[in-house]
Write a protein that binds this ligand. Sequence first.
Ligand code: SAM
Length: 243
Amino acid sequence: MNDGELEGVISSEGLARASSSTSELLNVLPQQSHSVEDGLLKFHFGHTWTSIARPLSVSLNVDASPGCGGLAWPAGQILASYLVQKGPEYVKNRNVLELGSGTGLVGIAVGQFPSAKVWITDQAPLLSIMNRNVSLNNLQGRVAVAELNWGAQIPIDIPQPDIVLAADCVYFEPAFPLLVQTLNDLASPSTEILFCYKKRRHADKRFFGMLKKKFMWKEVMDDPNRKIYNREAITLVQLVKLK
Ligand SMILES: C[S@@+](CC[C@H](N)C(=O)[O-])C[C@H]1O[C@@H](n2cnc3c(N)ncnc32)[C@H](O)[C@@H]1O
């Protein structure tokens, strides 16, 4: 993992800076706000679903010590915000699996929908912060935490997902073929894959060059925030596995 490749990161220490910067996404999405309470980062996602408390809130421990995944990344906030606005019906009775979850923000946001069945996954050093964040949001039993290293065999206790989520997982070139392999292992042509990424020094082009042998993709156009995050070089796409 090469954290030096990353930019636009948000930690609780960096919040003061983030609050005043237009290049950080914490303040950019109109439906999203945040606060820091007792050392925890709290995200509040606005939505129009009456069956869920308004706004939907996620409390997060953030901690840079296990690596870049211990921080909350803009692409994760964008994907979480999109899914919260899509609402509970989208995930109802479907297995949702997140790759490279880091703090677990995206999966924990989705896990608050009743009847959601969510697996958040990452490498071993992140499992502790993911477990802490699941407990913090009282989602034990609805959000499962599992180790899943890209390129390795999918653990047998992870069921076939109907929806795969990934946010800000395109940044370290040696991992690109591993990530493509895992997406290919997990998906069938009917699996919905939402993939939010930030363009970084043309690395994304090399990643999509590998991906196109197995998947096609299209930009998600129904997100009202799309133009806002496109200006931050962030794109949300839906991947479909080729038959
Ligand atoms: C930039 S962070 C994004 C974290 C989170 N999705 C977000 O948006 O805040 C990238 C994540 O990918 C994970 N990752 C990197 N290489 C991986 C690999 N080979 N297998 C599994 N996860 C990996 C990292 O541990 C990290 O949590």
